[in-house]
Ligand binder design. Sequence first.
Ligand code: FEO
Length: 168
Amino acid sequence: MLSEKIQKGLTRQLNRESESSQLYLSMASWSERKGYEGVCEFLYDHSNEERIHMLKLIRYINKRGGNAILNNDRMLIPNITSLSLKELFMKLFEHEKTISKEINLLVEISLQEKDYFTYNFLQWYVKEQIEEESLIKTILDKIELIREDKGGLYLFDKDMKNFHKNFE
Ligand code: FEO
């Protein structure tokens, strides 16, 4: 059985992953409308990944006798219509850093509660967050290099189609 504290923390996290999926989805739609074919593929793919992160948590909570509750009440999708591509990825980078902090906190709670099953389960998320932060930072660095260069932007967008797969 999960302790109340663990159940609460995991439930909060599953809802954060659900929000992440929606955030990436809204950004994918934005970039598709703007004509960024590669960027939108990357973001649509990533939205699916976030959904998988959410699903893993739901399945784990239920398997441990908990009750996985979805609650998107506090869902806050920022207004992205006036953002530049760089600003969009800066927002994603900040978002991923926040998620990393939350995962770390959960790991801490699992140790306090002496729940080593949950501690072990969370190690997958710890590894995933290292990769996610690094991934978004690499993209940001590329955008920084290109700046306003139209040709560079075109090639960057083209590369983004396979970027996700190549990075893994
Ligand atoms: Fe599931 Fe991007 O963190």
